[in-house]
Design a protein around this ligand. Structure first.
Ligand code: ADP
Ligand code: MG
Length: 576
């Protein structure tokens, strides 16, 4: 962050040989060396401060309102970071770090940002003592390796098929604000779902979370949430005369729409053809009906009795499909469409011209069932059966979103344990233990590196301290007590965030996957080092005129953004 009070006008600085100041436009700004680093540290500290209060089960939510007025309430690190309007390139590096952790292990985003923030803040003091960043980096790398070694050593190995051992990990990951009875129920379901889709590989159980279909719908209560094998989603059959239950289903999955082409707001036949006599009108409509009948016939002749279409289906075609006893579903979001295709073993087709029976998928049963008065469509006995659906139910939308987020975190946690069946004590216990041990280990190192290692140890402590702070505890007291009890060998002692006290995390069964801890430490270190290495910061000139509008247009039409808006407004699939 370049402070506005002290703008670096390049003309006042000695020009460097690499970028002569005359080569830079007048509105460019630049900060060099220590100043650039200090500015970057301020930015990271500001973002870390925002996220710190969201850590752990007592973490608070952030309310974010985007520029379209859509409101998000979340305590998930990557959601908050991605929604926060961060302009500063260094803050964007943090967002990337959180996203990287999230895509690797699906959890640990807040911890990562807290660690990067603490690491840089702690190293600022050392930079002030004129320790060169290269020495710091070296010390940090050594310290992190030792910390990871210690965590590995202290980790508890669990049997990946042992439901009883997996449940505590699921419970710990479920930090959302759900009542404990619901948490238990959801944790059981998640463990069940993950084990159902797990596949044995050489050395571990592999879980493709794409095989777990999460569907949420208001109505009913959270403890009515259940899992079913196969695919299910909230969907009404497109026409009243269509069958509600199809045995031995042969399923055709179509991407795009089955309608006459639409141009602007009118259909081209309404606009481009002039019909002058009643006879012409009747010939035209007859031909139209005939065209749709042929399409329906073609689908029926292929052997399909279920049709899934991404966008709209013409009402005329629906009638004909109903006559051929075909069950049709329209406006299916692309993710659901692809998942259905995968589970029933169908090829997604875009044209109806060259269909072949191999394009069809199969399921023993496709059926509409009412749950709490709402129509759900079930696909059971599918060709590729490794898919389960978790149907999340709740009265309030807020609880529904919260439950969904918790379930997603928990799915990742359980998946991570199956990938690497080792867990560490949560509540900051593993961090404190590593911190205490690496301080002792550093005593044998040269003094400058020792400073760096100690500063890394302080950084690790920021996790239990943030948990303590969020539970309303006095962090100084907690820090002293945690350190001394770990020095006495109580390696499981951490912060019991729920009850606001220090307790043995192993006894309380608060466990986290080792994989997450490893990823968090590695990513935080990489990001902090990348930021430390920057010693020159140049703000490029402003975009002018059309350049600016081009950039703005590019931003606002990003497909992910449009898709999100559609979903938030409850629009399923593109408009018809
Ligand atoms: P992140 O985005 O980093 O995963 P979370 O908000 O999920 O952040 O918090 C994770 C932290 O909360 C971990 O350090 C974990 O050990 C801790 N934690 C979870 N449940 C408890 C609990 N009941 N008591 C103490 N700490 C807990
Ligand atoms: Mg978490």
């Amino acid at each position: 962050m370049l402070s506005p009070q002290r703008p670096q006008i390049l003309g006042q600085r000695k020009p460097t040989p690499t970028i002569p100041h005359t080569a830079m436009a007048g509105d460019s700004r630049r900060a060099i060396g220590m100043e650039a680093r200090r500015n970057n540290i301020v930015v990271v500290a500001a973002v870390a401060e925002v996220l710190k209060t969201s850590l752990g089960p007592k973490g608070l939510d952030k309310m974010l309102v985007d520029k379209d007025g859509i409101i998000y309430v979340s305590n998930d690190g990557s959601t908050i970071l991605n929604k926060m309007a961060v302009d500063h390139p260094i803050a964007k590096m943090l967002v990337e770090a959180a996203n990287a952790v999230s895509s690797e292990v699906g959890d640990g985003t807040v911890s990562t940002v807290i660690l990067v923030g603490a690491l840089l803040k702690n190293c600022e003091e050392l930079l002030n003592k004129k320790i060169h960043p290269a020495i710091l980096v070296e010390g940090y790398i050594k310290a992190s390796e030792e910390a990871l070694r210690l965590m590995n050593e202290n980790a508890i190995t669990i049997s990946p098929k042992d439901r009883k051992a997996l449940k505590p990990v699921a419970m710990t990951a479920m930090t959302g604000k759900l009542v404990s009875e619901d948490k238990g129920h959801l944790a059981d379901l998640v463990v069940e779902a993950v084990l159902k889709v797990a596949e044995k590989t050489d050395d571990c159980l592999h879980v493709d979370l794409d095989n777990i279909n999460l569907q949420k719908r208001s109505g009913g209560s959270l403890n009515e949430t259940k899992i079913v094998e196969g695919f299910a989603f909230f969907r009404e059959i497109a026409h009243i005369d269509m069958p509600r239950r199809v045995m031995n289903a042969k399923i055709l999955v179509v991407k795009g729409e089955l309608r006459l082409e639409k141009r602007g707001k009118t259909r081209h036949y309404e606009r481009g053809i002039v019909l002058e006599t009643p006879k012409q009108v009747s010939v035209f409509t007859d031909q139209l009906a005939e065209t749709f009948r042929k399409i329906a016939e073609k689908i029926a002749n292929l052997g399909a009795n279920v049709l899934i279409v991404e966008k709209g289906i013409d009402p005329h075609l629906l009638q004909h499909l109903a006559r051929f006893n075909i069950l049709a579903i329209r406006r299916v979001v692309i993710e659901d469409l692809e998942r259905i295709a995968k589970v029933v073993g169908a090829n997604v087709v875009a044209f109806l011209d060259d269909l072949s029976p191999e394009d069809l998928g199969a399921a023993q049963l496709v059926e509409e069932r009412k749950l709490a008065g709402q129509p759900w469509l079930f696909f059971e006995g599918c060709a590729k059966p490794k898919l389960v659906t978790i149907m999340i139910r709740s009265e309030q939308d807020y609880a529904l979103d919260e439950a969904e987020r918790s379930v997603i975190d928990t799915l990742h946690a359980v998946r991570n344990v199956l990938k690497k069946p080792k867990v560490v004590a949560g509540g900051g216990a593993s961090e404190i233990e590593a911190a205490v041990k690496i301080r002792r280990w550093a005593e044998g190192l040269p003094s400058r590196e020792q400073l760096a290692v100690n500063s890394f140890a302080d950084t690790l402590e920021s996790i239990p301290l943030a948990l303590a702070e969020n539970s309303g505890l006095n962090i100084l007291d907690i820090q002293m007590e945690l350190r001394s009890r770990h020095l006495r060998g109580e390696i499981g002692v951490g912060v019991d965030a729920m009850d606001g006290r220090i307790a043995d995390m192993v006894r309380m069964k608060i466990f986290e996957p080792l994989l997450v801890k490893e990823q968090v430490i590695k990513s935080a270190l990489e990001t902090a080092i990348a930021i430390l290495r920057i010693n020159d910061y140049i703000v490029a000139r402003k975009l002018v005129g059309s350049e600016f509008y081009e950039k703005q247009k590019e931003e606002s039409t990003k497909p992910e953004r449009i898709k999100k808006i559609h979903r938030e407004y409850g629009v399923e699939g593109p408009y018809t």
